[in-house]
Design a protein around this ligand. Structure first.
Ligand SMILES: Nc1ncnc2c1ncn2[C@@H]1O[C@H](COP(=O)(O)OP(=O)(O)OP(=O)(O)O)[C@@H](O)[C@H]1O
Ligand SMILES: [Mg+2]
Length: 251
């Protein structure tokens, strides 16, 4: 385990799209053993922040540290190999492939460079093992052989998380894994997230306040690209600015 106090640290992260500052001067710490919820209105910049942290898009200003290393200039694959995993707001799965194949590809893509000198068969065995572990963890082992197109919406969201787990991350950035789920599927996903808390740092983007307050150890609230509050759930719930800008009748 690394000596860095934070698994992931964002400092002054800013991203401009032309005149629009989609993310403005955001600082955020993720710690192992914690679920950090990121909430905010539509268009507040949550997904853009996830893309900035994961390395999918470049920062206009600020820095990102992963386990104490400055990864601001690292590509997304390099960050992934260093333990930064993510799932997408929109399903990112290959519908014609099986559940296991989707996870296997995720594992393989993440490990590609480290394994390029190995025989394909060994690489395949390695990624299949990783995939099966991830499916077991995500509660999808019984569906490993099913074609992804035939999964329910909730199962597809679970597969998204399993694909993230197949990359063996220490930090998971999950962009609305509960979106569109019914109560039973949500409960299952929340149980999975709770089980991942040990040993991982989680960032959970979520609109459902009941779910957020049920699992979050820490909450950050974004409005119009900036952070208006960050801290323990009860403090955030009581914050007058958060009440006015976002929570309204929710809290
Ligand atoms: N590639 C891009 N080019 C231009 N503008 C963008 C781009 N990506 C995002 N934006 C803008 O940045 C702002 C933040 O978008 P983002 O998707 O990060 O919001 P969000 O908080 O994830 O919203 P939601 O809750 O609806 O998912 C929006 O105004 C969006 O239109
Ligand atoms: Mg979003």
């Amino acid at each position: 385990m690394s000596a860095a106090p934070f698994a992931l640290r964002a400092a002054g992260v800013t991203r401009r799209f032309g005149a629009l500052a989609a993310v403005r001067d955001v600082s955020l710490d993720l710690r192992r053993g914690e679920i950090h919820a990121l909430i905010g209105t539509n268009g507040a910049g949550k997904s853009t922040l996830v893309n900035l942290l994961s390395g999918e898009i470049a920062l206009s200003a600020g820095s990102v540290q992963l386990e104490g290393a400055d990864v601001t200039d690292w590509s997304q694959p390099r960050r992934a190999r260093a333990g930064l995993g993510r799932s997408y707001q929109r399903n990112n799965i290959f519908l014609p492939l099986s559940v296991r194949e989707n996870c296997r590809l995720a594992a393989q893509m993440q490990a590609q460079q480290a394994w390029k000198l190995w025989q394909p068969a060994a690489r395949c065995r390695f990624s299949t093992e990783r995939a099966d572990q991830a499916l077991e963890r995500a509660g999808l082992a019984a569906l490993a052989g099913r074609v992804a197109a035939n999964l329910s919406h909730g199962q597809k969201r679970q597969l998204e998380v399993a694909m993230c787990l197949a990359t063996a991350p220490t930090v998971l950035l999950l962009d609305e894994p509960l979106a569109g789920m019914g109560p039973e599927e949500s409960a299952r996903m929340l149980e999975l997230l709770r089980s991942l808390r040990a040993g991982h740092a989680l960032l959970l983007v979520e609109h459902d306040m009941e779910a957020v307050f049920a699992v979050a150890d820490r909450i950050t609230v974004m409005v119009d690209g900036g952070v208006i509050a960050s801290g323990a759930p009860e403090a955030v719930r009581a914050d007058a600015q958060v009440q006015a800008a976002y929570l309204g009748g929710h809290a």
